[in-house]
Design a protein around this ligand. Structure first.
Ligand code: IFM
Length: 445
């Protein structure tokens, strides 16, 4: 089904996304133990401003206020992630009842507000205890993940019907195991290859577990996908872009949905693939979660783990305040291409605009015209893609709140709601009002 000229499809899902480590805080409360991000935040020089997620947006205590903000938007759904080290402090073994109970409260309050919970199992906060015994680099990790998925499915499956195994496989594996931009900060080709394969196996095992334990579940995986273009029009940068494209766009969706690795990576990963693995990875799912912001650029970098590095967008390309290319046509093209390639309904699980200048003015208002403009452009292109046949079923803005932006700390702000980190005061921005009106209009037609 596609969008008609008269309006958005009636069952289209409008939502916002967040993740556990970026908003919850309460890092050592009620039995939670460290994740690899808590560890990274304690290494000097790794995070902008020396920031940590210790307190973040204090969502652990303020979730009722945050749900009221969601309700004020008129949302259908909220995508959040469970912090693995909150519910299984050592990653496996004894669950933590107090941690599990937090997500009970969150889910119940969402349902009471008429907002459907979309639960993501992994948004990068691997329990440190599991990393200490090998983490994603060892084959056992897929089983640890499946056991964690079973715990969550048994506990929440009566109320949660939308399940996501992982968020942005390529980002946390590439940045964490090949480029030292994310936890755990390893830069080793073989480790990276093992991690890619084990995370793919974990996804497949997680899908099976959720399918068997949650009747009526719709299961998806969230991939970041965007065009990868060479920084310069040279053979070397074109080769860098081709390799980054495999890592960024294909290393996870292809094995999970087509049953094979892309060619260059496939050859490198072969030594780690055992009999039966590919069938275990390629399990039927219900939707493709797309996180998309704008195209990325690659350049040759012989001294790096894979021979490529991040390039810069052309000087004259439109960019967000944080320097990311703003290219709405590429979003439309990606949506169309995705639907053709993987033949699954697509849900845009993240799209949004980062800035570092959002701040309340003298009257206390936050005028983020740059974000309103971005969202207008991107939703219009999503609509165009749907008119051209892309089967898009939902759209989630990243993010409800300004939050902890990983290695950049609290500098970049992506929220529809401004957070004053000193006082935890929430102030809806102009983009919040825009999204509320947009949703109201989309539902009215
Ligand atoms: O903050 C991140 C999120 O955790 C994953 N997707 C991109 C966002 C903005 O960088």
């Amino acid at each position: 089904m596609t969008a008609t000229a008269a309006g958005w499809r009636k069952d289209f899902t409008w939502g916002v996304s967040t993740s556990s480590y970026q908003i919850e805080g309460a890092h050592d409360e009620d039995g939670r133990k460290p994740s690899i991000w808590d560890t990274r935040c304690r290494i000097a020089g790794k995070i902008g401003g020396g920031d940590t997620g210790d307190v973040a947006c204090d969502h652990y205590h303020r979730y009722p206020e945050d749900i009221a903000l969601m309700a004020g938007l008129g949302l259908d759904a909220y995508r959040f992630s469970v912090a693995w080290p909150r519910v299984l402090p050592r990653g496996k073994g004894a669950p933590n009842e107090k941690g599990l109970a937090f997500y009970d409260r969150l889910i119940d309050a969402l349902l009471e507000a008429g907002i459907e919970p979309w639960l993501c199992l992994y948004h990068w906060d691997l329990p440190q205890a599991l990393h200490d015994i090998g983490g994603w680099a060892v084959r056992d990790s897929a089983g640890w993940f499946a056991d964690y998925a079973a715990l969550a499915a048994r506990r929440y499956g009566d109320r949660v019907k939308k399940w996501i195994t992982f968020n942005e496989f390529a980002v946390f594996t590439l940045f964490g195991y090949a480029i030292d931009w994310s936890a755990p900060g390893i830069t080793d080709r073989d480790t990276h290859l093992k991690v890619i394969h084990n995370v793919n196996r974990a996804h497949g095992m997680g899908v099976d577990v959720i399918r068997s334990l949650v009747p009526g579940a719709a299961i998806g995986a969230v991939h970041n996908r965007q065009a990868v273009w060479p920084e310069k029009d040279t053979d070397a940068d074109r080769a860098a872009a081709a390799l980054l494209h495999e890592h960024w766009n294909l290393a996870f969706p292809d094995p999970q949905l087509l049953g094979c690795y892309p060619p260059i990576l496939g050859e490198a990963i072969e030594p780690y693939v055992q009999g039966g693995d590919m069938a275990q990875i390629c399990r039927p799912i219900d939707f493709f979660g797309l996180n998309h912001y704008g195209p990325i650029f690659a350049k040759e970098e012989p001294d790096s783990t894979w021979g490529f590095a991040w390039g810069s967008p052309p000087d004259d390309a439109p960019k967000s305040e944080i320097g990311w290319a703003v290219w709405p046509d590429a979003f439309r093209d990606e949506l169309i291409d995705l639907c053709k390639t993987y033949k699954l309904p697509v849900v845009v699980t993240e799209n949004g605009c980062g800035g570092h200048l959002d701040a309340p003015d003298a009257s206390g208002k936050v005028h983020d015209a740059h974000r309103v403009k971005y969202l207008e452009l991107y939703t219009a292109k999503m609509r165009e893609a749907m008119e051209k046949g892309a089967d898009v079923r939902g759209y989630f803005v990243w993010s409800l709140l300004d939050n902890f932006e990983w290695g950049s700390g609290y500098g970049p702000r992506f929220g529809l709601v401004h957070v004053d980190y000193a006082t935890q005061k929430r102030t809806p921005k102009d983009s919040y009002a825009w999204y509320r009106s947009f949703i109201t209009a989309a539902k009215a037609k």
